[in-house]
Design a protein around this ligand. Structure first.
Ligand SMILES: NC(=O)c1ccc[n+]([C@@H]2O[C@H](COP(=O)([O-])OP(=O)(O)OC[C@H]3O[C@@H](n4cnc5c(N)ncnc54)[C@H](OP(=O)(O)O)[C@@H]3O)[C@@H](O)[C@H]2O)c1
Length: 332
């Protein structure tokens, strides 16, 4: 495993990290959740990303039961706040009351006294930004989180928050980023670089699409995320038949370098200094090991260029926050 420093923090995070979104919130069984998480520790992964809203607390609870068997200083733990947590429509967002309530609930479920990184899962335009920033800073002042981050904020929102909270307010940005989703490259990446904020990116394998296991004209493999209704909440963000076809153009490139498709996709994602970590998901421990192997691979410029060319007609580029419209996180 390789490690990078998270923004201006003193946290060293593994370049491949494990996330718990559709998987450990109930998408797979508890024993598989444990097997995948233990596989991550075995592979040298020390960085774990979850959110209060994943399974409405279920993902945090699942990891609380597993992580308690590991020394607290052996892993870096990140969670998030924003999503709706009950039938009460007021039970969401980034108001001071909600942040104060949700951090305590997350710590209880995770069975820890602090998280290393507390992230605003989305921007809340229903609350004064000054109030949100102050409430997040209070979480740190209370010792409940060591550092702060955000996920899927626009450049304007990031700048406004830094103006209020200062240069050291945030250490991380969590956008969707992969060979197929390059939206944050143009604006969010350089802005964050200027302010010492690292990228920790989600769905670096485009939810499995970039592994090449989805084949043109064929049914989705049984037990794959796109075949399982319980696990395909955001499939349409990345899936199209054109993308499935384009990914097959990566096969000869990967063969030429002597790596697997997941390794190629993850090494491509990690090629720049903006990234601290690629947050993978895994439904099986073998996937964790296969993906962790990408940590040691660096790609030559001509290989990167060939990948870019192969996916040029399907990759999403240019600043867009279309993902904000996906139902699993939208403010209701
Ligand atoms: N901030 C946000 O708004 C946000 C949004 C989404 C996710 N996230 C974070 O990012 C994490 C990762 O997201 P993700 O799960 O979409 O990431 P991903 O790594 O792009 O996709 C993971 C899925 O791809 C399949 N897969 C992974 N490795 C494979 C391999 N070697 N061979 C074949 N299939 C493989 C598995 O699904 P199957 O085996 O079921 O097919 C796995 O669950 C989440 O857990 C969460 O922590 C954050």
């Amino acid at each position: 495993m390789k490690f990078r420093t998270l923004g201006s923090s003193d946290l060293e995070v593994s370049v491949i990290s494990l996330g718990s979104w559709l998987t450990y919130s109930g998408g797979i069984e508890a024993d598989q959740t444990r097997a995948c998480t233990e596989a991550a520790f075995d592979a040298g992964i020390n960085f774990f990303d979850t959110a209060n809203v994943y399974g409405c607390g279920a993902a945090e609870e699942a990891w609380g039961e597993i992580l308690k068997d590991h020394p607290r200083d052996s892993y870096v733990l990140a969670t998030k706040v924003y999503g709706q947590m009950s039938d009460d429509e007021a039970d969401q967002g980034l108001s001071p009351e909600q942040i104060s309530k949700q951090i305590d609930a997350s710590l209880t479920r995770l069975q820890v006294d602090h998280v290393d990184l507390y992230q605003a899962h989305r921007f809340d335009d229903q609350v004064a930004l000054e109030d949100t920033v102050e409430a997040l800073q209070q979480v740190v002042a209370d010792g409940k989180a060591r550092y702060l981050g955000f996920s899927e904020w626009t450049p304007e929102q990031i700048k406004a928050a830094i103006e209020i909270g200062g240069e050291d307010l945030f250490v991380s940005s969590q956008p969707q980023y992969s060979m197929l989703w390059r939206a944050p490259e143009d604006q969010v990446f350089p802005l964050c670089m200027d302010h010492g904020i690292s990228q920790i990116v989600w769905s670096p394998l485009a939810q499995g699409l970039l592994t090449g296991k989805y084949k043109p004209g064929q049914d989705f493999p049984a037990d794959s995320r796109f075949a399982l209704e319980s696990m395909n909440a955001a499939k349409d963000v990345v899936y199209s038949e054109a993308a499935v076809e384009a990914v097959q153009r990566l096969v000869p490139i990967a063969e030429g370098v002597g790596v697997s498709l997941p390794e190629l996709a993850l090494a491509w994602t990690l090629r720049g200094p903006e990234l601290a970590s690629a947050i993978i998901g895994a439904s099986r421990p073998e996937q964790v090991h296969a993906n962790a192997a990408a940590a040691g691979i660096s790609l030559d410029d001509d290989v990167v260029a060939a990948c870019d060319e192969a996916l040029a007609d399907v990759a999403v580029t240019g600043q867009t926050l279309g993902v904000n419209a996906t139902p699993y996180i939208k403010r209701r």
